[in-house]
Design a protein around this ligand. Structure first.
Ligand code: PBG
Length: 337
């Protein structure tokens, strides 16, 4: 990177006038430092067992999508040039257990969706979430001990099985969102041993115990199930140094890419990590952030398209290589038109 601090440009007003570079649209485009492109977008979608669509009340504009529409929806993303889709399953309550074996059933909902889309839509990246919460009767991302604590090493064994099932079903990228220690190394080793060395790991390296995940939990039906909070594994929102350490350890363990999550309230974390990361770093604009923008727009208080574009640009400016956004499809359409 070039050092822009030397030589310093002294303020020589009136000879120097910064407004000259903002004087017309073409000039502003000429000097623009960052760009938001369709290539930056990762689109998270929710898949359900029933055909058709069902809306998520706390995520206006986001529908859970049934098997009859998977290929159509993925094809639309592909046609707009969105590089990758991330799939989250809506698991019916009767399939949730304390041992979570549904997570690695080779024909579970997310594996079915992966297989179907992979075989019918060319040139679209498929990202699978690695964590137990959609399958767990407790709503926690890990297995629980008898006394109710989230077990690290036992959970890793389960995550490895889940990862292998998802890789087998055709996932190109696995995104562990569980925040257990050591899971990246374990999943990498298991994938390689099973002949899946081409499957990449995008680690939720800095995932905070945030109140912004509420609408997501409504969408996948885990909010009712969730007992307690996730503070024993997700990061404390007060800590930045610890987030940098999480990022470094995940890189050491073999992560190909990192995620910082949530997005806008954690731009400082994104900036710090992306300044030094040798691998690409993505921001996740989470459900609560999206819901706030939608709610304000629905009241006529903010211009939805403008606010979405501005917030996503903020991630690029802070150093993100790309952004997970529920607004990805709408934004891609806007960028193409
Ligand atoms: C669960 C998971 C969560 C999100 C992605 N994966 C929720 C949580 O940790 O409780 C949140 C995404 C969002 O809010 O948009 N492993």
């Amino acid at each position: 990177m070039t050092d822009r601090s030397f030589p310093a440009q002294p303020n020589q007003f009136p000879a120097v006038r910064l407004r000259r570079r903002r004087s017309s649209d073409w000039m502003r485009r000429l000097v623009q430092e960052n760009h938001l492109q369709v290539e930056d977008l990762i689109w998270p979608i929710f898949v359900q067992e029933e055909n058709g669509r069902s809306p998520v009340p706390s995520l206006p504009g986001v529908d859970r999508i049934g098997p009859d529409l998977w290929v159509e929806v993925a094809g639309e993303a592909r046609a707009l040039g969105i590089p990758a889709l991330a799939l989250f399953p809506v698991v019916p309550a009767h399939r949730k257990t304390l041992t979570c074996e549904e997570a690695w059933r080779t024909d579970n909902l997310v594996c079915q969706a992966m297989r179907r889309i992979r075989s019918q839509v060319e040139g679209l990246g498929l990202i699978a979430d690695v964590a137990l919460d959609p399958y767990n009767a407790t709503g926690q991302d890990g297995l629980l001990s008898d006394s109710g604590e989230v077990l690290n090493d036992e959970t890793i064994e389960a995550l490895v099985k889940q990862s292998l099932a998802q890789a087998e079903a055709g996932a190109h990228i696995l995104a562990p969102s569980d925040m257990m220690d050591g899971r990246i190394a374990a999943i990498r080793a298991a994938l390689d041993a099973a002949g899946h060395s081409d499957v990449a790991l995008m680690s939720y390296a800095a995932k905070f115990a945030s109140a912004f995940y509420g609408p997501f939990r409504d969408a996948v039906g885990s909010s009712g199930a969730l007992k307690g909070d996730k503070k024993s594994y997700q990061l404390n929102p007060a800590n930045a140094r610890e987030a940098e350490l999480e990022a470094r350890y995940d890189i050491d363990e073999g992560a190909d890419m990192l995620i910082v999550k949530p997005g806008l309230p954690y731009l400082d974390i994104l900036y710090r990590i992306s300044q030094t990361s040798p691998v690409p770093v993505y921001a996740y604009q989470v459900s609560g952030e999206y819901a706030m923008m939608k709610a304000a727009a629905a009241n006529g208080w903010l211009d939805e398209q403008a606010i979405v574009a501005e917030t996503l640009m903020a991630f690029k400016r802070a150093g993100a290589d790309g952004v997970w956004s529920y607004a990805a499809l709408d934004l891609a359409r806007a960028l193409r038109s």
